[in-house]
Design a protein around this ligand. Structure first.
Ligand SMILES: Cc1cc2nc3c(=O)[nH]c(=O)nc-3n(C[C@H](O)[C@H](O)[C@H](O)COP(=O)(O)OP(=O)(O)OC[C@H]3O[C@@H](n4cnc5c(N)ncnc54)[C@H](O)[C@@H]3O)c2cc1C
Length: 401
């Protein structure tokens, strides 16, 4: 269904009005910057209620099939909503793993029953999903995952541990990569992929405290946890292919996500405001020509990122290398955020040493916190080094080192 410019403009106005009226007020406590930092119950309930409200208004999962709770509408409408959320800086859609990678995976590869069972709860936020990929000794080297899933009749018995499980304490379900065959021809063929319930005997989730003092990720321990074979997605031994499909959604290389933003990215305009307040040699930092020069550089980069993201949706522009822009988007976008936050701290000079809660800190110390947290996206979902390798090998066709 193609929509006219007038229809799109009308929809844009409707969305604008809805968020104008319904954007939540400041809750009076610090909200996390992304789904990777949801650490307290009050943050969790606030974000869950907000996601539910957006979904009930029809503004989430708009392009997902109607029979599973989606809107059955053109993707362009969801893109308009997502852009409005980012522009207004409303709180993010916290059930990110469900909305952006487990959900699209289930819609693509799951059974009819999987879709009916899981998709509605992902959209409403009632069923939180987490991801069990990384292990204490295997992060980038995902193909070496060792958590055991041993077949016992029509069940699998899980033993081992996963780490950095974002949203783990709140999750009802996990996407899990586990080793079902320790003697397969190669390490990849021994892996299988599961959609598992988290609240069963034998699964224990232990929160991990971060440098910022926040929580959000966890270590998950499995001790003789039993799951039915119906938890398998894809074939037994075919887990590596399913994991790669999941990562393609996670890294934005393939579309199909429910929509909504998953983190509160900083905008250069906020740094410009900071530069007006912060002092350099007794004058506002923004009066320093070198600072202005760097700000303009950031503005150009931010604009380039936005234009590239729009370009990636125009088929004719990316047909030769379909995933090239999307794949570089995670790498360049996350590194941009890290540098932008770093610059915001440099602007503050010695004041950068204050932290959240200190009345002398600029903007309640939020820059310090967001600087530390800006590293998350450069690591989670594949580190920047790994993204460089993937782009080098799969997009540019360079030889494997
Ligand atoms: C905030 C946050 C949230 C996360 N949430 C989740 C989650 O929900 N679920 C989950 O499963 N995981 C999660 N992770 C884990 C994340 O996916 C891993 O941290 C990441 O894949 C890196 O693995 P590692 O930490 O074991 O580092 P390692 O793999 O040990 O890497 C250490 C360093 O070596 C470099 N390196 C490794 N291999 C290569 C190579 N081949 N070429 C060049 N450089 C290399 C890396 O870039 C890195 O700098 C999260 C991580 C963070 C930071």
């Amino acid at each position: 269904m193609s929509l006219s410019k007038q229809e799109l403009d009308e929809f844009r106005a409707e969305v604008h009005a809805w968020f104008e009226e319904n954007a939540p007020a400041d809750p009076g406590f610090l909200l996390p910057i992304s789904f990777m930092e949801v650490g307290t119950d009050e943050q969790f309930y606030f974000l869950r209620d907000w996601q539910r409200k957006v979904y009930e208004a029809g503004y989430l999962g708009m392009a997902w099939p109607k029979e599973y709770g989606g809107g059955g509408k053109p993707q362009i409408l969801q893109d308009i909503v997502t852009r409005e959320m980012v522009r207004r800086q409303v709180p993010f859609m916290f059930n990110t793993i469900g909305l952006n990678w487990a959900g699209p995976l289930i819609l693509n590869m799951g059974t009819e029953q999987n879709k009916k069972d899981y998709i509605p709860g992902i959209l409403s936020g009632d069923d939180v999903w987490c991801q069990g990929f990384s292990e204490p000794d295997h992060g980038s080297d995902l193909g070496n995952a060792q958590l055991k899933a041993e077949r016992d009749g029509n069940e699998f018995v899980l033993n081992g541990s996963k780490i950095w499980t974002s949203l783990g304490v709140h999750a009802k379900y996990m996407i899990l990569l586990a080793r079902t065959n320790a003697h397969a021809n190669n390490k990849y063929e021994g892996l299988s992929f599961f959609l598992i319930p988290m609240r069963i005997p034998g699964i224990e989730v232990q929160p991990i405290r971060k440098l910022t003092g926040e929580y959000g990720f966890n270590q998950t321990f499995f001790t003789d946890a039993r799951i039915p074979e119906s938890c398998l997605i894809g074939k037994e031994g075919g887990g590596w292919q399913v994991a790669m499909a999941t990562l393609a959604f996670e890294r934005g290389a393939v579309g199909g996500q429910a929509g909504g933003h998953s983190m509160m990215s900083k905008d250069v305009s906020e740094v410009v405001e900071l530069a007006r307040k912060a002092q350099r040699n007794g004058r506002p930092a923004i009066e320093d020509p070198l600072i202005r020069d760097q700000l303009v550089q950031f503005i150009m980069e931010q604009r380039t990122l936005a234009l590239n993201s729009a370009r990636s949706k125009v088929k004719a522009l990316v047909s030769e290398r379909p995933h090239s822009i999307a794949m570089s988007g995670k790498l360049v976008g996350s590194e941009f955020q890290r540098r932008l936050n770093q610059f915001a701290l440099k602007l503050q000079g010695a004041n950068a040493a204050y932290y959240v809660g200190d009345e002398n800190a600029y903007d309640r110390g939020q820059w310090q916190r967001s600087y530390f947290n800006a590293f998350s996206a450069t690591i989670g979902g594949g580190t920047s080094e790994i993204q460089h390798n993937i782009i080098g090998e799969r997009v540019l066709g360079l030889p494997k080192s």
